[in-house]
Design a protein around this ligand. Sequence first.
Ligand SMILES: Cc1cc2nc3c(=O)[nH]c(=O)nc-3n(C[C@H](O)[C@H](O)[C@H](O)COP(=O)(O)OP(=O)(O)OC[C@H]3O[C@@H](n4cnc5c(N)ncnc54)[C@H](O)[C@@H]3O)c2cc1C
Length: 437
Amino acid sequence: MTKTQENHFDVLVIGGGPAGTTVASLLADKGRNVCVLEKAHHPRFHIGESLLPMNLPILEKLGVLDQVDAIGIKKYAAEFNSQETSLAQDTFYFSKATNAKYPFSYEVRRSEFDEILFKNCQQKGVTTLEGMTVTSVDLNDSIKKIHARDEQMNQHELTARYVIDASGRDTVLAQQLGSKKINPKHKMAAIYGHFKGVQRRTGNDAGNISIYWFKHGWIWLIPLKDGTTSIGCVCWPDYLKSRNTPLTEFLQQTLALVPEIKERMKDTQLEGKAQATGNYSYQSSLMSGDGFLLIGDAYAFVDPVFSSGVYLAMQSATRGAELVDQLLEDNTHNQSLVRQFEQSVAEEIKAFCWFIYRFNSPALHKLLMSSDEAAQHPTKQKIKSAVISVLAGDAYNNKAIRIPLRLFKLLYSINKLAAFNKNYAFNRFRKKQNKAD
Ligand SMILES: Cc1cc2nc3c(=O)[nH]c(=O)nc-3n(C[C@H](O)[C@H](O)[C@H](O)COP(=O)(O)OP(=O)(O)OC[C@H]3O[C@@H](n4cnc5c(N)ncnc54)[C@H](O)[C@@H]3O)c2cc1C
């Protein structure tokens, strides 16, 4: 556990985002000698500002909840909006989840949030190297070796008993191992920006995320503490290819397609420039191997419609820290420990994916937007609570939601059959979009 030389550690972590800093902090808490290599310098921009209630116990465990409370705005619910359903808006309050212990979460500027997490791991004794890009990893020997490059282009070598890849969508190890598989069924892309002066909801609803379905995909509005609102459109490839104006103008034109958003944005100014990013879902066919682990986006990325990314990253990091600590101690039972870890991470992702991959389908769209009828009906109330639990990040091992979720999925199938032509046309449309380059 002690350093044998200056650049040898128990664990090397690639990437200092939410996954990397969480796993590093928790391993340092257990007395491990950890080093995080981060190619950027904090504070640095990152998209992905809306957190889930189940992030809160992790933030408590890390000891940063008060700091996040100071930079964040409380998010009590996720609000869905549609121009196509009889109900134009439905709000899913986290206090109605089956476990109401965490009735809110936060919207945060990621530059601030990630910096809090990064400084926290420094305070716990983690060695952090910023401006250090990992270029490759030698995994063959029992001692793993990382090759990295600093900003002056000097080469560095660091060694450890264990390497954790938390490099986000750069997917350092999955690229090196050739294990990254793009999901052929989900090829959307996002355009986004930060706006001043966007109209907010009132009272406790002021921090809610607003999600709008529209004909080219879906749109998020995330209110931030300083009065800025993060707004982004996740669109189908054909629509993005139709762009013949600069990105900023195209973003504004796209937002103006939704009358309520146009109204909420009538006195707004864009801060800086609009940005675009591919939003392709992927997963690595390997989550771990001898002496290495992939966590957060370095393992898998799914569409952000339910704001699951940071939670999934920090949750896999929390479980990853337990696993790596045990494997460093004694790896005689490693196969079963690794299997348990992999199953839990895969289950968490799967719970979101069922909703994510159907989100744009007419059947799910209609079902989510009819959930206010639940107010009157006990079974429907249970179904809505179960859906809210998933949206809060509380699906894994949650026995209370199993049956209501099955009923929800059954209702989805009935809806699909009832509007067969519409759903069939949508599936054909989606297939065509996913084939587009
Ligand atoms: C359009 C869009 C909207 C999103 N909205 C949300 C949202 O509202 N809520 C939500 O929870 N999630 C959202 N996400 C997802 C969220 O951003 C990610 O899931 C989350 O940041 C994953 O955390 P991570 O630590 O795994 O990776 P990251 O946060 O990406 O951190 C990875 C770190 O590794 C560093 N790195 C990369 N390569 C190297 C290298 N070679 N060497 C050293 N360092 C390296 C990077 O600089 C970075 O700091 C969104 C994503 C997108 C694309």
